[in-house]
Design a protein around this ligand. Sequence first.
Ligand SMILES: [Zn+2]
Length: 399
Amino acid sequence: MRSFWKMKLTGIFIALLLAISGCSSNAVPTTSTASAAEQHQTQTQDQQTATSNDTAPTTVVPGQKLKVSYIDVGQADSILIQIPNGKNVLIDAGNNGDANAITSYLKKQDVSKLDIVIATHPHEDHIGSMDTQIKTFDIGQVIMPKKDSTTQTYKDLITAIQNKGLKITEAKAGLELDLGSEVNALLLAPNSANYEDVNNYSAVLKLSYGTNTFLFEGDAQEQSENEMINAGYNLKSDVLKVGHHGSNTSSTTAFLTKVQPKYAVISVGKGNSYGHPANVTMDSLTNIGAKVYRADLSGTIVAESDGTNITINTIATEVQPRAPTPTVSQSVAPVSVAPAPAQATASTNSTVKSTPTPTSSTGLVCIMYIIQKPRNSIFLHVHICQLQIRPIRSLLEKL
Ligand SMILES: [Zn+2]
């Protein structure tokens, strides 16, 4: 029975791929890719490659606290780091639809300037509202990996950067961030110039305050994790922002053994269709002795460090119900599918929130089905382009 459905689903998958020929993945470059790449390249500053490969403890003024907010943006990432000297860092900015929630959260924290923004990699669930945040706040430095995208979201980000006269500093391992003497901040990845999987371009930041350490992985996967190990970085960190929303593509035993996290934060959407976090990741984190905090269970998670001790607050917000959003592939190319309803249900236990963008084509939907087989089961993954969806069932009936 299982094999029948496997064949049936595989057939549907192939049929959909043929039918949806306009829905390109990041692996398929277009002419606009080259254009965006050129824009990015011309803006890339000379690198300040660090000679050190570690983040040493810092001197802390008693009573001053470092605050890290893992903002609940569902199946996406957005993290605000507030340093006692008043400097602020924003790592990623959720999906396009998270713009107001993130802006509002930052303003509630009295943020007026983002001294550094890091767009870990050009997937929409990480750079979605970065253009809005750049327009809204004073910006010091923009750090991004040298990897472009064909998406409108990426183009919007580049436009926002250009319109503000900002330069892009290329994210790569060894780059030290200048945030004052209170903290040490060092990028540990990416360590290579080219990756097959866009997630591995993720900028990975290690931050030290006093003797406390934080590691922010973005969506770095096994390949990048192995490179960080092989590069000899001191990965040991008190708090780990788990890679790729707790997917089984990240958090290898070898990596977690090096990190030895006391706390692990997973930025994951309630009822997401990817099955994140993966059971194997949860088991690995538990086995390593980490206390796990999940956005889908706790909402926004706030960690505060006095330089010696870390406290974590998980009652800052209610959990945001959020639609599954593209993390594997994204495209702005619409396909010839009938207009979709503004709101629909993708699975029985997830509420889907439509997040239209001004740049999307009228009512056109791009859906890609990806079949994976983790642990002998089949999950039907729905990838939504241009942020509207239609029910799976009605689409299947038309085939
Ligand atoms: Zn992601």
